[in-house]
Design a protein around this ligand. Structure first.
Ligand SMILES: [Zn+2]
Length: 258
């Protein structure tokens, strides 16, 4: 059932109570934040934009020219008109999300996934020591929890320049099976893909068939490991298998990667 933030006649007393408490909590943290800022202290809540810049020289999948964004200026002030740009973007450009149709014939498209599924509690895990792929053994110490987003911070986050890294760190098939077992809500990675060099794309398939969401192309370099609230906002594209998205984390930056 959808739970609107504002009170409605149909809401039960218990719902109203919880909603009121939540609003009080948000208000008090907001006030604390304001007073800390006024005193020149660090804010309680930090906002981390974890989205890639989109431009023609950005990193694209396997450096393919047909994956490169094209910005075409269609009118300018010099022409006595308003400035307007036409974009040509692959659906998997930069920070983006994959829908089941990407790997499963007849699978759901982006517009079939409710917006609230793209947000929720998230943990940024430190996997910067992994050289090749993330397996079950690398995830087990972090004890992935049911319903949370797992964001994989790897050495990919520290790659410089716009060239594609063919040896990027990825999530392997056994790790995907483990995350399915754990019942996580979604997986995000700091590479343009969640897997490579696995015939049949078992990582994508396992996750998408289990209803686990996938976010790719996250920028986690400046994000301390720890717990956050994640918001991903995919474009409302109709009938396609992926969508570019703005993604950000809100949190205290507590460094608690568990
Ligand atoms: Zn993708």
């Amino acid at each position: 059932m959808r739970r609107p933030f504002l009170l409605g006649k149909e809401r039960s007393m218990a719902d109203a109570f919880v909603c009121g408490l939540r609003r009080k909590l948000v208000r008090s943290v907001w006030k604390l934040d304001l007073s800390r800022r006024k005193r020149g202290l660090e804010a309680v809540w930090k906002l981390y934009d974890i989205s890639m810049d989109i431009h023609p020289a950005m990193r694209v999948w396997k450096d393919k020219d047909d994956k490169r964004p094209v910005f075409e200026t269609v009118s300018t002030h010099a022409q006595g008109k308003s400035h307007e740009t036409r974009l040509r973007l692959d659906a998997h450009t930069g920070t983006h999300v994959d829908a089941p149709l990407h790997m499963i014939a007849g699978g759901a498209t982006i517009d079939a996934i409710p917006l609230e599924k793209w947000m929720g509690p998230a943990r940024v895990l430190d996997l910067t020591g992994v050289r090749d792929s993330i397996g079950r053994a690398e995830l087990e110490p972090h004890a992935p929890q049911r319903g949370e987003w797992i964001l994989l911070k790897t050495r990919n986050s520290f790659a410089e320049g716009g060239a594609f890294d063919y040896g990027f760190v990825f999530l392997n098939a056994e790790a995907a099976a483990y995350l399915k077992e754990a019942g996580v809500r979604g997986v995000g990675i700091d590479a343009l893909g969640v897997e490579r060099d696995q015939p049949g794309y078992p990582t994508h398939r396992t996750l998408l068939e289990a209803g686990i969401l996938i976010a790719e192309g996250l920028c986690l370099k400046d994000v301390p490991v720890g717990s956050y609230w994640l918001i991903i906002a995919p474009l409302r594209l109709i009938g396609v298998e992926a969508a570019p998205a703005r993604a950000f984390l809100i949190g205290a930056g507590d460094g608690n990667g568990r």
